[in-house]
Ligand binder design. Structure first.
Ligand SMILES: *Cc1c(COP(=O)(O)O)cnc(C)c1O
Length: 388
């Protein structure tokens, strides 16, 4: 068996162990400690725009806290991009609320502003005002934030920005994760930087972040004994995981440049095959960290599955694009507004190995398998046509 080429593997910078050693030396092996605060400070500095940050145990936990802070309760409705990872939508169900799913648009693959507005108008006409809008920046590509924020402000609905895949991406020069009323980040093992598992909740509203810290540490009221007047959660990031995050923040800029260079490599390699269309920045307003390089296969002859199976056969990790949430059995029956854009992206889309530690030789192997397979399939068909 050939050695595996991974989709997006962890990539340590070298300083992580030093931060962990400091934590051990001071015996901060706990969900409190100085490296949690240091990691939060580093994130705040990086994001700018006077953001406040609380580090938590996962991106999903951050999203759950965001919904609680915005007052989402059982029976409420929350709007959510359909094309995403289940971590974006599951917290809606944790609260006993109903997700209202929205299709994507073709330029960024993210939430369609058009269908967002259609959905809001229709829910209002049914007497239900959605409590929040969860917009996702898939694969690092910024969503159409101006249009989405305009609609959200018009109807006075708070926005939660799911920037789990998009740390370091920018829209009109501004860091993603700073647009929403609340934003979330993820540091899971496959993300652009990792804490082995972790996340953060981000907001310009300091009171929200204070509340997030309170809820994430079991909602302990100020008292000498354990006193609780609210349900709390054990969602704080550990000081050891935060130590990894401190080291990773030192190399974030390099990681972004490497992933962007992976994208350029693939783009050049596939330039001659018009059936392969990469997810690209629509114009200079968009700056993607290119967390994963993704493309759709637009052809009646060459199928996404031809390429996916050829790659898997060579022990190369690759994935179809996210299966839309409105097509997931667990969310069957949830309202959906849109056409078939997200469905088509799921059917024809593929994510390529995109780690920042992928080697040139590995990139060469991946592109060779794709080029070879695509050429073979397309040529077999044209030979058939000449034979007729
Ligand atoms: C990874 C991810 C999450 C969840 O983050 P975890 O840290 O894994 O809980 C949420 N949304 C999106 C879009 C993600 O990619």
């Amino acid at each position: 068996m050939k050695p595996k080429i991974w989709l997006s593997a962890p990539h340590m910078g070298g300083k992580e162990l030093q931060y962990i050693q400091n934590a051990f030396a001071a015996n901060w092996v706990a969900p409190v400690g100085p490296n949690i605060e240091l990691f939060e400070q580093k994130l705040q500095t990086y994001l700018g725009h006077n953001m406040h940050v609380s580090a938590v145990s996962s991106g999903t936990a951050a999203l759950h806290l965001a919904l609680i802070i915005l007052g989402v309760k059982a029976g409420d409705e929350v709007i959510c991009q359909s094309l995403t990872f289940s971590g974006s939508a599951n917290p809606i169900a944790y609260q006993g609320a109903t997700p209202i799913f929205i299709d994507s648009e073709e330029n960024t693959w993210n939430m369609s502003p058009e269908y967002l507005e259609v959905a809001i108008k229709d829910r209002l006409s049914k007497g239900k005002k959605p409590k929040a809008i969860i917009v996702v920046h898939l694969y690092g590509m910024p969503a159409q934030m101006d249009a989405i924020m305009d609609i959200a402000r018009t109807y006075d609905i708070p926005v939660i920005e799911d920037a789990a895949e998009a740390l370091g991406s920018r829209y009109k020069g501004r860091q993603l994760g700073t647009f929403g009323d609340i934003s979330i980040l993820s540091f899971n093992g496959n993300k652009i930087i990792t804490t082995s598992g972790g996340g953060a909740i981000v907001s310009a509203n300091e009171a929200y972040i204070k509340q997030a810290k309170f809820l994430a540490t079991q909602a302990q009221d100020p008292a000498p004994h354990y006193q609780h007047s609210q349900i709390g959660y054990n969602y704080r990031l550990s000081n050891i995981a935060a130590s990894i995050g401190c080291g990773q923040m030192e190399v974030l800029t390099d990681r972004i440049l490497q992933r962007r260079s992976n994208f350029e490599y693939y783009k050049n390699a596939f330039a001659a095959i018009k059936e392969i269309q990469l997810l690209e920045e629509p114009d200079e307003d968009y700056y993607s960290n290119h967390w994963l390089t993704t493309f759709i296969v637009d052809s009646d002859i060459l199928m996404r599955e031809d390429l996916r199976l050829a790659l898997i056969g060579q022990n190369i990790d690759c994935r179809p694009v996210w299966k839309p949430m409105h097509l997931q059995p667990v969310f069957a029956g949830a309202p959906y507004y849109g056409a078939d854009v997200s469905e088509k992206l799921f059917k024809n889309g593929l994510c390529l190995p995109s780690g920042s530690n992928i080697s040139d030789a590995e990139l060469h192997t991946v592109t060779s398998v794709i080029l070879h397979t695509a050429t073979a399939v397309l040529q077999a068909e044209s030979t058939k046509m000449y034979a007729l």
